[in-house]
Ligand binder design. Structure first.
Ligand code: SF4
Length: 341
């Protein structure tokens, strides 16, 4: 078993002492979301079933530890679909791909396994629907993010990306009465709300998704930080610097005037951050494995944070099914002989 496939937290590390001078509040929910678990499982099962190498377009999820671990098992991560040798097996990352990438894969006769998170696929479907109905689309998100690149590709001729409320002013559309908006799944709830408010002020008839595009995992982790940040002198977020939802957790905390840092693991912590700190709130972005959270808890314990308490702000029990290519591969795998008693 590897750190990412088990992804459990060592419960022995949770020991709450009310009298302790320094404490860690470990937020729940934190870390892996259902889309990340599914994407990592897809790569792991593909490697076990089909054997290495398995190509993966882009980082399967935005976490360096996870990517390195899968690379050690035989996954080859590439930036461009043209870097996959013709006819080989390739996995699309959890962030999704544009139709142009799908088309290029077909031309190159690649065997595709799609690990796009179903909640990202939902946004793609909405983009196609609005474009077919003749809307101009405003996609709220970060231009350089893999997810935005994929969603934008569904209707590039009618879609514009905005990243701030200020940018709404400079939008030019052929018919202001026929505008729709969609959002990246991993935005800050507050920032997205401000941009949507600006859009509604500029285009009063603007259409939007049936249900919010910001996913449940992004929302839950932000709500957890909002609920507990006021108790903290410092909020630490475990996640890689290219992880959108992890960066948003830091912003949420800073917007509440609580100091916060994004850390890859315990070695990112600067000792001076802990000076005078009595309560650290610790959380993790949706692509950060529990093994890294454990590493940070162990570090903080060594630094005198004697009490480690888990604070569950809300339950979270979401699971996504595997794609058909993986289900079929599992079904076709030779049965493991029964062990006689
Ligand atoms: S953060 Fe949300 S959209 Fe992204 S993989 Fe996880 S569940 Fe899916």
């Amino acid at each position: 078993m590897t750190a990412t496939s088990t992804n459990t937290f060592n419960a022995d590390l949770i020991q709450a002492f009310p009298d302790a001078e320094k404490r860690v509040l470990l937020l729940k929910p934190r870390g892996f979301c259902a889309g990340v678990v599914r994407a990592i499982d897809i790569v792991r099962i593909a490697l076990e079933t089909f054997g290495a190498p398995i190509y993966v377009r882009k980082e399967i999820v935005h976490n360096r530890f996870v990517v390195n671990e899968l690379a050690e098992k035989g996954a080859i991560f590439v930036d461009d679909i043209d870097d996959v040798p013709s006819g080989m097996r390739v996995i699309y990352s959890a962030h999704g791909v544009s139709p142009a990438v799908r088309e290029r894969s077909k031309e190159r006769k690649l065997k595709v396994i799609d690990a796009t998170c179903p909640l990202v696929t939902k946004v793609h479907v909405e983009a196609v629907k609005f474009a077919k109905q003749g809307y101009s689309l405003v996609l709220i998100g970060h231009r350089d993010h893999d997810e935005i690149e994929g969603t934008l590709g569904e209707a590039p001729d009618v879609t514009q990306v905005v990243s701030s409320a200020e940018e709404v002013e400079s939008l030019v559309v052929p018919d202001p009465e026929r505008v729709a908006y969609l959002t990246q799944t991993t935005l800050s709830l507050d920032e997205a709300r401000d941009i949507i408010t600006a859009l509604k002020a500029r285009f009063p008839k603007i259409a939007g998704p049936h249900s919010q595009d910001i996913c449940y995992a992004t929302e839950n982790r932000q709500v957890a930080v909002k609920n507990v940040a006021h108790e903290a002198d410092l909020v630490l977020v475990v996640g890689s610097d290219n992880s959108s939802n992890s960066n948003r957790l830091v912003e949420v905390s800073r917007n509440l005037s609580t100091r916060s840092h994004l850390i890859e693991n315990s070695s990112s912590i600067q000792p001076e951050w802990l000076e005078g700190v009595k309560t650290v709130v610790l959380t993790a972005g949706a692509s950060a494995p529990e093994v890294l959270v454990e590493d940070v808890v162990n570090y903080l314990r060594q630094k005198g944070f004697g009490s480690v308490e888990e604070v569950e702000v809300m339950p979270e029990n979401v699971r996504f099914g595997l794609p058909p290519e993986i289900v079929q591969a599992i079904a076709a795998a030779p049965a493991i002989p029964a062990v006689s008693a």
